[in-house]
Design a protein around this ligand. Structure first.
Ligand code: ADP
Length: 239
């Protein structure tokens, strides 16, 4: 006889359905807004150049949100489907952090946030460089987005039983009761704030899955109005 574990299959099916329904909902919101503004343009607003420009910029913002969402969904499903294969090597951390910072430089400047790389020049970790940069980018991006004017984001490294890469900010912080669910797909503390910032709600889920693939984990400590620190823990290079 052949036995199938139906409970596991049923559970996976439920998770898949919930995910599909969240994705549809997330795509629907910007799409509804795009359709509404196109309609407004068609029914007369085109004749007013100033409103036209404003509506086009809203349409662009929503379209790029959908674009970002689809990219993140593809990335997450590839990781979860076991289709992402890491190529870990010895990586010099400081230059990688510099690259992630410069990619977000315009955003940080626009919001008046200072981002500093405090990783010592000799620090190295064992990781897939491209994936690690993606994790750092997601965390630094959040540190910039959920900050206050003249806020500060710092990236540090500590070596203990595992390598620790810490991304900490002195921004708005996260109330304790949200922390447990923070890494779930589409979980946000403040949905409308996340959308205003162009967020997809998938950034932390991607960080979590990528650190797990590295045999590590990501943790968070936060205090409202004081700030938040995310720590990526990575195993040392096997000898
Ligand atoms: P998003 O696209 O909304 O940034 P994430 O998965 O990256 O999605 O983050 C989920 C939520 O966690 C955010 O919407 C925000 O509420 C909260 N969050 C993440 N990072 C920070 C941070 N550094 N400070 C405060 N809140 C944060």
């Amino acid at each position: 006889g052949v036995f199938f574990d139906i409970t596991r299959t049923a559970r996976l099916e439920l998770i898949r359905q919930e995910f599909l329904s969240s994705v549809s909902h997330e795509l629907r919101t910007p799409l509804t807004s795009i359709l509404a503004f196109v309609e407004t343009l068609e029914t007369g607003a085109l004749d007013d150049p100033e409103s036209s420009r404003r509506f086009l910029s809203i349409i662009r913002k929503n379209a790029s949100r959908m674009h970002g969402l689809i990219d993140d969904i593809l990335e997450l499903t590839a990781i979860e489907g076991g289709n992402v294969h890491l190529r870990p090597t010895h990586v010099e951390l400081a230059p990688l952090v510099d690259e992630a910072i410069s990619a977000l430089d315009a955003k940080a400047q626009a919001r008046g946030i200072r981002v500093t790389n405090q990783v010592p020049p000799n620090a190295g970790v064992y990781a897939d460089a491209r994936r690690l940069e993606r994790m750092l980018t997601n965390l630094i991006d959040n540190g910039i987005k959920f900050n206050r004017p003249n806020g500060h984001v710092r990236i540090r490294h500590e070596s203990a039983a595992r390598d620790k890469i810490i991304v900490e900010d002195d921004g708005e912080g996260i109330p304790q009761h949200h922390l447990e669910r923070l890494f779930e797909r589409f979980y946000r503390v403040d949905r409308s704030r996340s959308s205003d910032m162009g967020g997809t709600g998938l950034g932390l889920a991607i960080v979590k899955h990528l650190t797990l693939l590295h045999g590590g984990e990501v943790t968070v400590a936060s205090e409202p109005r004081k700030g938040t620190a995310f720590t990526i823990h990575l195993p040392h290079q096997p000898s």
